[in-house]
Design a protein around this ligand. Structure first.
Ligand SMILES: [Zn+2]
Length: 252
């Protein structure tokens, strides 16, 4: 990968928008390229500073009132009256003001709650669906944990625990690299009858042990927990009770 290409992927990488293959290619280039490493570090520290600084100031209520007053027709302006030229300029200005007041806040909320449950649930579901749509279920196809586990070696900075649960009704299909929140992580793929289950695993980084918490939305179920130094996020369209069963098996 060229530096130019790496530079064009940098923001996508930091936003967790690259697919696993491109994210890995980017990381591989950045590791061996001092220039790109420097740029990556600079962007990461800028983002960290933005996250830590309290930059959001709510727009005062008077601004909303002001804009509304400008937008609502005055009594002397009937609906049939032609808009005066100056009015459209005001509408445009008001729209810009509203955007300026809203957009950074939305962007900021995303950054601040980067690790929140809702954000991670959405990211995990995205990654799961992406793998189904792109036909990128697995990078390594194997029902053998002893093949899948070594496959991750050298591709990740940690060793994900891999177990086969075929006897318990969750046969291992394989594994792949995936991207959650801008970091490349292990995704283990299990089958449950005709359904696919993605199990995302990455180091918990001092996070306390947490009991499994599950949620359901639009036909998909999630369950997540931290255990033995690893965080687990599991997504599938199987019944929530089945994911709870899988969580119990993975926590043994
Ligand atoms: Zn470079």
């Amino acid at each position: 990968m060229s530096c130019e290409k790496a530079e064009s992927l940098l923001h996508g990488y930091l936003d967790g928008e690259l697919d696993a293959v491109r994210a890995v290619e980017f990381e591989r280039h950045a590791r061996g390229c001092p220039d790109c490493t420097r740029e990556l570090d600079a962007q990461q520290s800028l983002r960290a500073r933005l996250r830590d600084a309290d930059l959001y100031a709510p727009a005062p209520p008077s601004l909303r009132r002001n804009i509304r007053e400008r937008l609502e027709p005055r009594p002397d302006e009937g609906a049939a009256s032609a808009p005066r030229p100056g009015r459209w300029r005001w509408l445009a200005a008001a729209a810009v003001v509203t955007l300026l007041a809203t957009v950074p806040w939305l962007a900021f909320r995303e950054t601040r709650q980067g690790t929140s449950e809702g954000t991670l649930a959405a990211a995990a579901l995205d990654a799961h669906l992406r793998s189904l749509q792109l036909g990128h279920l697995t990078d390594v196809v194997s029902t053998d944990a002893h093949t899948v586990k070594p496959w991750f070696e050298g591709k990740l900075s940690y060793a994900p625990p891999v177990v086969d649960l075929a006897a318990e009704g969750f046969p291992l299909i394989g594994g792949r690299l995936d991207v959650l929140e801008g970091r490349t992580i292990a995704a283990l793929v299990y089958a449950r009858r005709k359904h696919v289950v993605s199990v995302f695993v990455w180091p918990a980084e001092n996070a306390p042990e947490t009991a499994p918490r599950s949620s359901v939305r639009q036909g998909y179920a999630w369950i997540h927990w931290s255990h033995a130094g690893m965080r687990y996020w599991v997504v599938s369209d199987v019944a929530p009770a089945e994911l709870e069963q899988l969580a119990r098996l993975l926590r043994r």
